[in-house]
Design a protein around this ligand. Sequence first.
Ligand SMILES: C[S@@+](CC[C@H](N)C(=O)[O-])C[C@H]1O[C@@H](n2cnc3c(N)ncnc32)[C@H](O)[C@@H]1O
Length: 253
Amino acid sequence: MIASEDDRNEKDEAPGSPRRLVRSDGAHSEWLHSYGRRRGRRLKPNQTALIEKHLDALSVTVPLDLAATFGKMPERLRLEIGFGGGEHLAHQAANNPDVSFLGAEPFMNGVATMLRHFEQKGLRNVRLYRGDARDLFSGIPDSSLETIYVLHPDPWPKARHNKRRLIQKPFLDQAWRMLKPGGELRLATDDPDYLIWMLQRVLIHPGFEWTARTADDWRLIPDDAIETRYGIKSRLEGRPATFLKLRRRETAA
Ligand SMILES: C[S@@+](CC[C@H](N)C(=O)[O-])C[C@H]1O[C@@H](n2cnc3c(N)ncnc32)[C@H](O)[C@@H]1O
């Protein structure tokens, strides 16, 4: 059997370990891919037009320079990892005009959809990275983010692919470093196996506290959020999402 590119890439990887990969756009990512495809169906002409009109001005390059990206160092900053079609990112950005938002998504069709929201809502406080969110981490100072959103990350259900799951200890360590004390890591998943995986990692991480007090705190979508495309799809298919709010503790010791 011929090994797939994924199979070749994953040999001898420690879970969540960084490694140097050359991406199709020529840039480098230090991480084992946690996402599937970067390209989907052919872009429609209106999507191509949106990309040509907005993407250069909105795009973040790595290494990330936050002050240059936003014109000055943002006082309030949030990050959404894997924004998909960008509906949640656009919703948060529209409702919080005083907050700066970074969104990362390697899937080009999702980026094009986000640009439609961007234009419709007239957003000015969002910048996008078309790649692995973890490429941005080195440019994000300690204690600088108020929220990190990871909504319906790819579940990587096969055991041999679990190491591609985003939620790993090295990721949680970085999230703790970048979040302000009291800041929130918000996770959502519709995959029961990934939920257990997440809980097994976040609950033993000394830097985070799960804020849920009643079942509604993890069963119901947070008041200030909206359902994403994957959230709607999974609910309609009988797999309601679970929402985890993790508060960043002062210390991780
Ligand atoms: C299952 S989709 C969910 C999309 C969206 N959050 C939603 O709920 O509809 C997961 C998304 O995360 C993206 N993704 C996975 N790993 C990522 C990473 N390391 N950085 C940025 N995006 C990532 C994938 O490309 C994919 O679009």
